[in-house]
Design a protein around this ligand. Sequence first.
Ligand code: PRX
Length: 637
Amino acid sequence: MNFNENLQIKSFADYKKAYQESLENPEKFWSQVANHFIWKEKWNHTLSWDFKKPEVKWFQGGKLNITENCLDRHLEKQSNKDAIIWEPNDPNEESRHITYKQLHVKVCQFANVLQNNGIKKGDRVCIYMPMIPELTVAMLACARIGAIHSIVFAGFSSHALASRINDAECKMLITANNYYRGRKSVELKEICDQALQETTTIETVIVYRRTLNPTPMKEGRDKFWFDELQHAYSDHEAEVMDAEDPLFILYTSGATGKPKGMVHTTGGYMVGTAFSFQNVFQPSKDDIYWCSADIGWITGHSYVVYGPLAAGATTIMFEGVPSYPDYNRFWEIIEKYKITQFYTVPTAIRALAKQSVSHIEKHDISSLKVLGSVGEPINAEAWHWFNDHIGKGNCPIVDTWWQTETGTIMISPIAGVTATRPTFATLPLPGVQTALMDEEGNEIEFNNQPAEGKLAIKSPWPAIARTIWNNHELYKKIYFSLYEGMYFTGDAAYRDASGNYRITGRVDDVVIVSGYNLGTATIENAINDHEKVAESAIVTFPHDIKGNALYAFVTLFNKNDASEKLKKQIKKQIANVVGPIAKPEKIQFVSDLPKTRSGKIMRRILRKIAAHQNNDLGDISTLENGDTVKKIMDNSV
Ligand code: PRX
C-alpha cells in the first residue's frame, strides 16, 4: 500500500487492500505510516506484543517529540495557517485565530514556564481548564518537555479532581479562575482550592485569568499564567522522548468505583491519531474541521488536538453549548467558519432535532462535507435527521466507535469510501482485528451471516492504552482476562451479513448517559455515603435526548426518612462527589433490592422496571427475595 502525502485511502478497493495488508503484516503497514513523521531516531523494532501479559510496544528504539510533529513540522509550509480557531461561549466576545507559528511560540513559551517551575520529564501535571486555547497550549507544553498531562474535565467536582490528582501524584495543577458555559458561571479556582485540601502532592498552581472576577490566590503556591510568561523565553528545544514514553493519563469510569487512569504513550498514539483522522474525515488542505467534544474527554484529546494538529489541519475549539444563546448556535458557527467536517455526539443531535428546523434554515451550512458521531449508539431517527437536515443527503456520516482505552477510532466508515448504513459504525479501520464472541467465549467466525455477541479485538493497534496508571493487574483483569489472548471492549455488537458492526451497548457496570461514560459503582458509592442510605443500585432507562438516563433504587436505614427533600440531598451529594452529569433522573426508595442467592443485585430486573417493561422480567427464580420485585414495580416512578 502506498499512501499519498496525506496518508489517505481513497477507494473501497484500497481500503480492502490496506486492511488485508495491515493484518498480514502490521509491522510493514504501520512502518509505512510512521515514516511520514519526524523521528529524531528511527525505531529498530516495529512491534512486540503479548496480550497474555499483557504488553504492547510499538516503534521501540524510536525517538521523537509529538509536538515537533504537531507544530514544528508544519512551520515550513504553512506557518500562517490557522491551527486553532477559538469560538467563545458569548458570541459577542471576539473569536481567536491562532496560526501554527503562533501556537508554536505559545507552546514553547509555556514549556519554559513549566520548567521554570521545576517540572521535569515524567512528572505528572493535572490540567483542569475550560475549552480555551490555553488548555491546548498547556497540554502541548507538557508534551514538549516530556511531562505527562492528566486532563480532568472541568465539569467534574472537586472530589473527582482530588482523587485523580492523588492517583497520579501530580506535582502541578493548571487551571483558570472562572468561566462561563451557557448562562452558567463556574468558579473553577474555588473548586480547585477545595480539591487541594484533599491532596498533598501539588506544589504549584498556575491560574489563567479567563474573566476579571476576583480570584483567591494562595501565596507561594498559586501563580498567574500571565505573570509567569513575563520571564519565559519563546523558544524551546523539544525533549527527546522514547516512542513508548507515556504521553498522558486520562481517567475513565470503571466497574470498581475508582476511575482508571489509562496510560497512552507517544509514538503509537501519534501515528494512530493522525492516520485515523486523515482517513475517517478525509480533510483536504483548506478544510475547517470542528469536533464539538470537550478536550477533557478522549475525543477531545485525539480529535480536537493531537490528530488534527499532527495532520496540519485547522481545528475549531468551542467554549460554549449548543443551546446558548439559543439553538441557532451550532449552525451559526458552521456558517461563520465554513466548517467542512462536523463531529459531534448523538445526545446533541437528539436535542437539536427537537428544535424547529427554522434554526437551521436561517443559516448557510452548505460548506459541510462530512458529519461524524461518537460516544454512544446513534438511533435511526437521529441518524436520519442528521443526514437529511444537516448533511442534506450529501454528507457521509461517520459513526465512529472507539474508547478512551483504544485512543483512536476503531470501527467507522471512511468518509466517501465506505458505504454508510444508518446506526452502524460499519467496518474496522486498517489495523483493527475485530472478533465477535458468543456466550461460551468462542469466536463467531464471519461467514456472511448476521450474528450478535460481545466485541473483542485480536491484535494490537498503535494507540492502545498500555496500562492503567499504577495498576497493571487491574488492566489485565478488566481487558485481557475474559478472552485469553484478546482485548475485551466491554461492548456488545451486532454484525450484518456484509460484516458491518452496530454497537448495541455496554455489557459491564459502565453506563453511558448523554455520551458520558459513568461507572455505576462510583455513583452508588456517592449515594451510599449519605448517612440515611443503606444501599443503592443505579441502572439506566431509555431517554429521548440523553439516550440513557439514570434511575436510582435506594434503601434507607429508616424507611420513614423517605422524602422529596432526601431525594434532593442525594442528587446534591452525587453532584458534589462525582459531578452534575451523574445526577439521576429518577430516584425510588425501596424497602429491599432484588438479589440473587449469592447476594448480587439483579440489575437486569431493575433495568426492566426502570424502563416500565414489567411483563418482560425474564427468569426471577434465582432471586432470594422475589416478593420485593412486585413491591418495587408497584411503586416505580
Ligand atoms: O459503549 C461504547 C460507547 O462509548 C464507550 C466508550 O466510552 P469512552 O471511553 O468515554 O469514549 C467515548 C468516545 C470515544 C464504548 O465502549 N461508544 C463510543 N462510540 C460509540 C459508542 N457506542 C456506539 N456507537 C459509537 N459510535
